[in-house]
Write a protein that binds this ligand. Structure first.
Ligand SMILES: [Zn+2]
Ligand SMILES: [Zn+2]
Length: 314
């Protein structure tokens, strides 16, 4: 059985001067149902009914998301029965490569998001047999890296104007399907085009209202609203500055702990979407260009999808 031709493989070439890998990649991943469908696929689901059973998603929502994930080459459509025609959806290399992002989201939500009805299970590293937390490691030198240690700078396709996701209507997994969100705070950040770039700017050291306004080109009312939400979520602190009356916005520990999600998402986006001018962002650790991967914090070995289980299924 062959995958459809659209799912065959390499990075997508983006038009010159248009939205870059960051904008396009955030647009693809900034939808909670899409993330949940990918997670079900990592756990072995491939048929329509299997996704429905695992996720409790309506047929209409599932049809729409599967078609979108197929268009975006995250899933390939494979015919497994001719009469009548039945198709299943299997992960492409691009879809499979987003796995560490889901793991980082899971770990962050589990660690930092309180007030769930049911706590998210721990994650078990099968090869060392322990409950672990993923940690970001520099592939080049093997050091554990966090925000501030890895530096990013704009590449030829960079700049804020080209990095803002274009999609403005994101539906969460609540609503017509009437179920609890799995990744509520991640989606408050990821699923909103302006929140995503405000967070990106905060990681680059932007901390003043006027600075956010001028570098991002976001309208002041939207910016004020987004900053308020991010402060409410405990992602940013807002400390008034009595001297010049220009309060600053700074990442909290919880905000900084989102770094793995940010770096893994941006790396994934740049791997699979390419502008002709070159990369949107370049990453530096000490004096070398770097790529981040996730290691087990207990045995320090690189993590593989097949080697990781949730605590309730290990
Ligand atoms: Zn390094
Ligand atoms: Zn381990």
């Amino acid at each position: 059985m062959e995958l459809t031709e659209r799912a065959s493989g390499g990075p997508t070439a983006l038009p010159a001067g248009a939205a870059n890998a960051i904008a396009v990649g955030l647009g693809v991943l900034g939808d909670e149902w899409s993330l949940l469908i990918l997670r079900a696929a990592y756990r072995g689901a491939s048929r329509f009914g299997e996704f429905q059973d695992l996720l409790g998603i309506s047929a209409a929502s599932l049809t729409g998301r599967l078609s979108r994930l197929t268009d975006e080459q995250m899933l390939g459509r494979r015919i497994y029965q001719d009469k009548p025609i039945r198709a299943e959806y299997v992960l492409t290399d691009r879809g499979r490569a987003a796995w560490p992002i889901l793991l980082a989201i899971w770990d962050w939500e589990r660690t930092w998001v309180t007030g769930r009805d049911v706590a998210l299970p721990t994650i078990i590293h099968r090869s060392c047999g322990r409950a672990f937390r993923p940690r970001v490691t520099c592939v080049e030198c093997g050091e554990h890296v966090g925000p501030g240690v890895v530096k990013s700078k704009w590449g030829p396709a960079g700049g804020w104007a080209r990095s803002v996701p274009e999609t403005t209507t994101r539906r969460r997994s609540t609503g017509s399907d009437g179920r609890t969100q799995q990744f509520p705070e991640t989606m408050a950040i990821f699923g909103n085009r302006w929140s995503a770039v405000v967070i990106g700017a905060a990681f680059q050291g932007v901390d003043r209202f006027s600075q956010f306004h001028s570098v991002l080109g976001v309208p002041t009312n939207l910016l004020a609203e987004r900053l308020r939400v991010l402060v409410e979520l405990g992602f940013l602190t807002h400390d008034g500055d009595a001297v010049d009356a220009r309060p600053g916005y700074h990442l909290t520990e919880k905000g900084r702990a989102f770094f793995p999600v940010v770096i893994l998402t941006l790396q994934w986006a740049q791997r699979w979407y390419r502008s002709p001018e070159g990369p949107a962002l370049e990453w530096l650790h000490r004096d070398h260009a770097t790529i981040a991967r996730l290691d087990c914090d207990r045995c320090l070995q690189p993590l593989e999808a097949a080697d990781v289980a949730l605590g309730d299924e290990a």
